[in-house]
Design a protein around this ligand. Sequence first.
Ligand SMILES: [Zn+2]
Length: 401
Amino acid sequence: MEESMTLYQEHNTCRACGNRHLIPVFDLGYQALANCFRTPDEEPAPKAPLCVLYCETCTLAQLSVVVNPEILYSNYAYTTPSSTLQSHHMKRLADALFMDAAPRNHTALEIGSNDGAFLEVLRNRGCEKVWGCDPSMPQCVKALNERKIPSYNWLFSENTAVMPPMDIVVARHVFCHVDDWPDFIRGLIQVTHSQSLIAIEVPSTRVLVGQLLWDTIYHEHTSYLTLHAIGALLKGTPLRVDRVLDYDLHGGSVVYLLRYRDHAHTMTPVEESWITREDWMQFAKLAVGQRENLIRSVVRLRASDKVVAGYGAPAKATVVANACKWSSSDIKFVTDTTPEKVGKVLPGTDIVVVGDEMLELLQPDYAVMFAWNYHEEIRKAKHQYVKKGGAFIYPHGAPPL
Ligand SMILES: [Zn+2]
């Protein structure tokens, strides 16, 4: 199917401000699509350029290409992970939204609602009516069957978003996957009224750059948003940034709360220092150094006959394994808790994904902690592995801050 479709298109004008002179700041070459898990006998995952461009006008960073969403999300195996970290975060976020929203019986829409987990939190918090919207039909069905949450089977856009205006509209980790931002904003205006609160949650670009989280750069994440960039995007629209919330989840998560410009809410001026071209250049230099260290560590361990495996097969695992050019002779296998990934290979490699229990059963000497964002929970769950002499290697050299 995908051979007849265009795999990707170049996008070299700034998505937020339209600047045509973007500067390449970090280039990982051609990389396999990070979530494209296939069995060893299937066609390998397709590859596309993975290069970050920086806009000096508004500070947005974006990938140089946009992969065709029909290919990128065709076998998308992501379900909102149920972890204590996630549920704690969802409760915090729901509280913050309720503090800011108008005092009334709220209605809420979540864009990219997945299996409805966050909408369930909002409903428990007192939202009278909640709706989801997600391009994945199985997730919409799951939300309805398991949580009684009605969901529109939409890929959110101005054309699809036809419904009465909502009091609260949430888009969690969706916005930076979207190519056509002006269309998305028009869609938001369509599903809101003058008193609505809009929450856009994205990974923190400041944390990414500051903590060298280069493995969180992959094709789904087409943009690396900043306050200046969203300001540039909203120029000339009825919306403005009202507040910015920072969370420490997932190596940094930022929520931009948007309101209508004529909303009476007292606006606290939000400010943010610029992430400069030099910051990105420094990031690229240090990230390359980190990758070289990682490659050397595994070479050294393999030379002394140590077995090295990987823990977790999130998109980050694909990025690191491909950047390090690892094969199954370097990393023997990768474990994961997602049944849909087991038995498939880490995209772009011949490293097979096995079930989570195999870490203790096979007891490799070392395991690269690809899922480092859950490392505290993982270390607790895998204390037997460590007790028996197993050790974790962190892609960034040390556990995350
Ligand atoms: Zn720009």
